[in-house]
Design a binder for this molecule. Structure first.
Ligand SMILES: *[C@@H]1O[C@H](CO)[C@@H](O)[C@H](O)[C@H]1NC(C)=O
Length: 240
């Protein structure tokens, strides 16, 4: 029996060599550009309020802008459902805050979505569940992924787990399934982003996440992103 353990370790090591363990890559997707070589998109974040708090008015203006600019897709930077994300895949907030709010014809495009901190306060896996895409085919939400187009490459990044304050927030509970152990998640994510940025040959590399790295706004800078994300972006820039 004693010899089984080293044997298993050897087998696992062997498997790792074959499968290249730890070389997980960000999932990649493609979106076509217009025949004239252009790409047009709208970006919105902090929105899901069942049409209230002027969400419906903003949606109507997005509809007008979307038509004028003939948008190809819409990006959501997270906080998709206030205050506490979705309770599950059958939470009516999905229809009340998304499907039934963004009604303009120009907004009936693909939405590329990431999570915000408020989304982590609900059933986080619900927003990532492909069943939502069956309910509304515009919905596409993953934690982190790459979207390639012939004009620009977009790197969607799950920024919430970087922020220490959510891990010591006495007032709310967060759904950290899929995130723990946290440090392993963050370092893998940064490594995968770094690799993807370095591999990219696109003229425009656009990194999208919920939290600002630097901001003069109410929330200010996100120090964890300044420390850990910004250096990756800067190195990538000076490399090229
Ligand atoms: C909606 O927008 C109007 C006009 O800007 C503003 O007066 C009102 O306070 C807003 N309502 C809410 C709930 O934010």
């Amino acid at each position: 029996m004693v010899s089984i353990k080293p044997m298993m370790i050897l087998i696992i090591l062997g498997l790792c060599l074959i499968l290249e363990c730890g070389k997980a890559e960000l999932p990649r997707f493609e979106h076509p550009i217009k025949p004239d070589g252009s790409l047009s998109l709208l970006v919105v974040g902090d929105w899901g309020r069942r049409g209230l708090f002027n969400q419906s008015q903003v949606a109507a203006q997005m509809g007008k802008m979307g038509e004028e600019a003939d948008v190809d897709f819409i990006v959501s930077t997270g906080d998709n459902f206030y205050d506490d994300g979705l309770t599950g895949i059958n939470d009516p907030a999905f229809e009340e805050s998304f499907t039934n709010v963004y009604l303009s014809p120009s907004l009936q495009k693909q939405w590329y979505i990431v999570l915000g901190n408020h989304d982590y306060r609900g059933d986080v896996l619900a927003q990532l569940d492909p069943i939502l895409t069956q309910k509304d085919k515009r919905w596409f939400c993953m934690r982190s992924y790459v979207l390639n187009t012939d004009v620009a490459e977009f790197f969607f990044l799950d920024t919430t787990p970087f922020s220490d304050k959510y891990f010591s927030d006495p007032d709310h509970t967060y759904d950290w399934r899929g995130i723990l152990p946290r440090e392993e998640y963050l370092s893998n994510l940064l490594k995968d982003l770094d690799t993807a940025l370095k591999q990219s040959t696109s003229n425009w590399k656009i990194v999208i996440g919920h939290h600002t790295i630097r901001s003069g706004g109410y929330h200010g800078n996100t120090v964890e992103l300044e420390n850990r994300l910004l250096p990756i972006l800067q190195v990538t820039t000076s490399d090229n």
